[in-house]
Design a protein around this ligand. Structure first.
Ligand code: ACO
Length: 381
């Protein structure tokens, strides 16, 4: 029977509402800070940072905000998915570094995008935030409440990093990534798990505003990010393979069935350690942290978008996404990549068109650019 939902949408009970990613986008601040420049700020070296973390440089905001980066990433995801902002029904921004306490970043993104029909709210699960937001949006769509969603991870960690602490400031970068999700006829997301362990909250933390009112004034905590690096390292190596196994068993797949593992880009040694524990070659674990550092909730969607734009994702590929971080929070997702037009090349203007003037003067985006360099299709708008 049909389950009537009061606000006008409906879902067949028992019907599988599969969800797929139809667009991706990302945005990074213009300023790039190399390890050599970091060595001018704290006592460190390019060699130490590369050997311990794999990081070579990171993008640092000189004015870009969580909201401006998120808007740019969303606009690219909408263009890639060929949808208008006015069609978006849900916007979730995963962030632990919003500019404002109120209103939430997602409402500011909604306003700047012109997504007037969308419901918008933030979600904070630190480095697992994007994954948790993806799961939340998936649940809404699967329940028949919304048809689509923009899911964003956006961070300006440079404002919570202690720039005098060499143990942490070398690790992080700023950026945003977004995906556009839509209900699909075929199963897209095959397995999904998420976990939280609040008892380990002290391992990675950053205090907020102090309590001060006419009745009390409590001492200020540490407003900067502090971390027990070794504990985080051990946690990631212990829990991430286990939760990937859990998601794979939901999907009835083995680790060998997965084409690419898109993991939170915390540290190259962590990612290689996870690959080793799963008896998988590191080549299945793409990384961009050498250029971006750890961007918390933005790491996974930025890497996903780069893979899309490099043409490395083909329709039918199986991917695992896995995030882990402060909370502690961790999770994994198994999905079938469903988009066939994966690469969005240079945007230019069509000078002439073989089909009369239909395309002339319009913006064009090349899609489906394979290893051979052949443009398989063009999209005009
Ligand atoms: N440059 C030079 N020396 C440094 C630096 C630096 N940037 N940072 C620390 N050191 C020094 C320390 O002071 C220490 O010196 P000491 O022996 O004289 O006391 C020495 O290097 C070893 O310090 P450790 O902290 O023990 O170094 P470790 O090998 O554990 O590496 C690191 C530190 C890279 C943070 C590691 O613990 C790690 O990768 N942890 C994972 C945590 C992580 O990636 N967190 C990211 C955020 S959390 C997340 O995204 C989930």
């Amino acid at each position: 029977y049909t389950l009537e939902i009061p606000w006008g949408q409906s879902a067949e009970k028992g019907e599988s509402m599969a969800v797929k990613i139809i667009g991706t986008g990302s945005a990074l601040p213009k300023k790039v800070v190399s390890n050599e420049e970091m060595a001018g700020l704290v006592e460190t070296s390019d060699q130490w940072i590369r050997e311990r973390t794999g990081i070579g440089s990171r993008h640092i905001s000189t004015g870009e905000t969580v909201v401006s980066l998120a808007v740019e990433a969303c606009e690219k995801a909408l263009a890639h998915g060929d949808r208008k902002a006015s069609e978006v029904q849900l916007i979730l921004v995963a962030t632990c570094t919003p500019e404002k306490g109120i209103p939430c970043a997602a409402c500011q993104v909604q306003s700047l995008l012109g997504a007037a029909e969308a419901v918008a709210f933030d979600l904070n699960a630190a480095c697992a935030g994007f994954l948790f937001a993806l799961h939340t949006a998936h649940a809404y769509i699967e329940a028949g409440i919304y048809d689509n969603a923009l899911v964003v991870g956006s961070e300006v960690l440079s404002k919570v990093v202690d720039w005098t602490d060499r143990g942490t400031c070398v690790l992080f970068g700023d950026g945003a990534g977004a995906v556009l999700l839509e209900r699909s006829g075929q199963p897209g997301i095959l397995g999904f798990v998420q976990h939280s362990d609040g008892t380990k909250g002290g391992v990675l933390q950053c205090d907020g505003r102090k309590l001060e009112n006419p009745f009390v004034s409590l001492p200020v905590g540490n407003p900067f990010l502090s971390m027990d690096g070794r504990e985080v390292f051990a946690f990631a190596l212990r829990q991430v393979p286990a939760c990937i196994w859990e998601a794979l068993s939901q999907a009835k797949l083995s680790p060998e069935d997965v084409d690419l593992y898109v993991l939170h880009q915390a540290n190259r040694r962590i990612i290689e350690g996870i690959a080793g524990r799963m008896n998988l070659e590191a080549a299945r674990f793409p990384m961009n942290l050498e250029r971006t550092g750890n961007m918390s909730s933005a790491s996974i969607p930025v890497l996903l978008d780069e893979l899309v734009r490099e043409g490395r994702l083909q329709e039918g590929m199986t991917l695992v996404l896995s995030g882990f971080g402060a909370g502690l929070t961790y999770g994994a997702c198994v999905l079938k990549w469903q988009r066939s037009l994966d690469f969005s090349g240079e945007i230019g203007i069509v000078k002439e068109s073989v089909r009369g003037d239909r395309g002339a003067g319009k913006k064009v985006q090349a899609a489906g650019w394979g290893g051979t360099g052949i443009i398989l299709s063009m999209r005009c708008w």
